[in-house]
Write a protein that binds this ligand. Structure first.
Ligand code: ZN
Length: 218
């Protein structure tokens, strides 16, 4: 005779019986979408939903062949970004820079120190497909953050990792790399950016444009 499970289920039951929620690729919000311009809220507690979001964001970044992705880009106003600079690891090592285990998760990050030198580097953004422009930023940073277990970490880095962290950290304050361009460069890009606002752009991954229906959170 079978047994009937009564509520409430114990923690042990949930761990052994609950079906894992499959990891999802989330649609990326496109230039012109309000979600990209909001100041994101800090993470206050570790929940199953947070862990699911982290897994989904890493999957979404890899699916789009990106090296970084921030919460607002998937419509979550949350101070979190993920990074995976594995494709640039050998460049970093050549520059004498240590490459921490990838992918990395940064929660409630804070750039606490910036190098005194600046460097120009070409940037792109999964929310602004096909646009690449040189941006000037500090060459080194020290960042304080929580990892995916909400444990405090601090990292001092340079090279492409410092660049990606600064780019992603900006997303949490509603700042995009195109904001740093000269008015001349912006004018040259204005047609592509206008088309993006209208959702008129092609990418190998799924996008949500400004005028699209909101995507329900799972
Ligand atoms: Zn970006």
């Amino acid at each position: 005779m079978g047994t009937i499970c009564e509520w409430p289920r114990t923690e042990e039951y949930k761990q052994t019986h609950s079906l894992p929620i499959p990891i999802m690729v989330l649609p990326i919000h496109l230039y012109g979408h309000d979600a990209l311009r909001e100041e994101a809220d800090p993470v206050t507690e570790n929940t199953e939903a947070l862990q699911d979001l982290i897994d989904d964001m890493i999957e979404t970044m890899h699916n789009a062949a990106g090296i970084g992705l921030a919460g607002p880009q998937v419509g979550r106003s949350t101070r979190i970004f993920v990074v995976d600079v594995t494709p640039m690891a050998s460049d970093m090592e050549e520059e004498g820079e240590e490459v921490p285990p990838q992918p990395m998760v940064f929660i409630n990050p804070e750039i606490v120190e910036e190098g005194t030198s600046t460097v120009d580097m070409e940037e792109g953004c999964l929310s602004i497909p096909e646009v690449r422009e040189a941006v000037t930023r500090p060459d080194r940073i020290r960042v304080r953050y929580l990892d995916r277990n909400l444990e405090e970490q601090e990292l001092e880095t340079g090279s492409v990792l410092a660049r990606v962290i600064q780019h992603e950290n900006d997303h949490l304050d509603g700042v995009l790399f195109t904001d740093y361009l000269s008015s001349f460069r912006k004018r040259l890009l204005s047609r592509s950016l206008r088309q993006m606002k209208e959702g008129n752009v092609e990418a190998d991954y799924s996008l949500v444009a400004a005028g699209d229906e909101p995507v329900p959170a799972r």
